[in-house]
Write a protein that binds this ligand. Structure first.
Ligand SMILES: [Zn+2]
Length: 217
């Protein structure tokens, strides 16, 4: 059976070539279940328009966004509801070039928020913006999910940065495929594919899976 995602990749080629493939007009009454039985998890980056770049229409898909497009507890919560209650069966993960999640580490951000002056300086240098520390500790969030590996300058794009993105996409795919509440065999199975979106060209590159997921952090 052909994957709906292959159709969306053709839309993406047209989008990257400058064509408008997303129709934004209200479609009228629709069912609650996504028409393409699709859920997309993507970064919140301002340069990404998920519906545009995949040529989705209103009603086609669940679009779940967070910083990095990471598969954290909340993304799993969304996907379990999306699949079991609203009948989606294909998941797409979209990370992207120049992602802000490449530019810091969880430890550095946490230290900066808690008032460590060296961390404040490092974060101000990394972002080009004064980092104003609240100087307080907090129990949550327990993790920011900055991408594994040595931080890159903000908005940088090179092969090592792309490799770090691929690592995180694979970790997300693995987290989904190994979750006990997301079935991967039998008639109710879900499938998942991961991509890197190039914010400069508008093109998607598929991430091979399985593959390297980076050093232990
Ligand atoms: Zn991002």
């Amino acid at each position: 059976m052909a994957s709906i995602i292959d159709e969306l990749l053709k839309n993406n080629e047209r989008y990257a070539a400058g064509e408008a493939v997303h129709e934004s007009k209200h479609p009228g009454k629709q069912k609650i279940q996504p028409a393409k039985r699709l859920a997309v998890v993507a970064c919140m980056d301002a340069r990404i328009d998920v519906e545009d770049l995949l040529g989705l229409r209103t009603g086609d898909a669940h679009v779940i966004r967070n910083a990095g497009g990471v598969i954290n507890e909340d993304a799993i919560r969304n996907l379990v509801i999306s699949h079991h209650l609203l009948d989606t069966k294909e998941f797409v993960l979209i990370h992207h070039t120049r992602c802000g999640m490449l530019a810091f580490t969880d430890d550095l951000l946490k230290a900066g928020l808690e008032g460590d002056q060296a961390a404040e300086k490092a974060l101000a240098h990394a972002t080009g913006r004064a980092f104003v520390s609240p100087g307080q500790s907090a129990a949550s969030p327990a993790a920011f999910h900055a991408f594994r590996g040595d931080p890159h300058p903000l908005d940088a794009d090179d092969e090592q940065a792309r490799e770090r993105l691929r690592w995180d996409v694979r970790r997300g795919i693995s987290a989904i495929l190994n979750h006990p509440w997301l079935p991967t065999s039998g008639p109710d199975a879900i499938s998942v594919r991961g991509f890197i979106y190039d914010v400069d060209t508008g093109k998607l590159e598929e991430v091979s899976y399985p593959g390297p997921i980076g050093p232990a952090s």
